[in-house]
Design a protein around this ligand. Sequence first.
Ligand code: SF4
Length: 128
Amino acid sequence: MSKDSETTFGEEQRRAYLERYGLTPAEAGHDMLIQMIEDMFKEGLTTEVEPFPETDREFGALLDKLRPLSADQLREKLVISGWLLQPYGEDQMRCQECMYYLVHKRWCDLPELDLPAKPEWWCRLWRI
Ligand code: SF4
């Protein structure tokens, strides 16, 4: 995959979303985004859950990778953030207890992600 196709939302990706969902992630609301995310995992998406960012510097480096992505680059956001559809680790960390999680909206409010999430999901940007 070229650097370009990793960092830009290509015409092919756009067409694939439109054919399947009738809209792209940037245009999708909460429920449709949840559907898109679950579909990707059903189809075998694996994400970079390790290494967990132990320091502010490592955390910031991940944010720097996420920041340039557009709202349409849903797959890339999930991969870089190490997104999972279940709790993670010995402590069973999950969105529900993360400082970025908006419980009532069921939404991840970290600006670099800005995505819906179910309470039992997790990503490696988890913080309390
Ligand atoms: S930062 Fe990660 S763990 Fe925290 S709410 Fe967002 S998706 Fe969930």
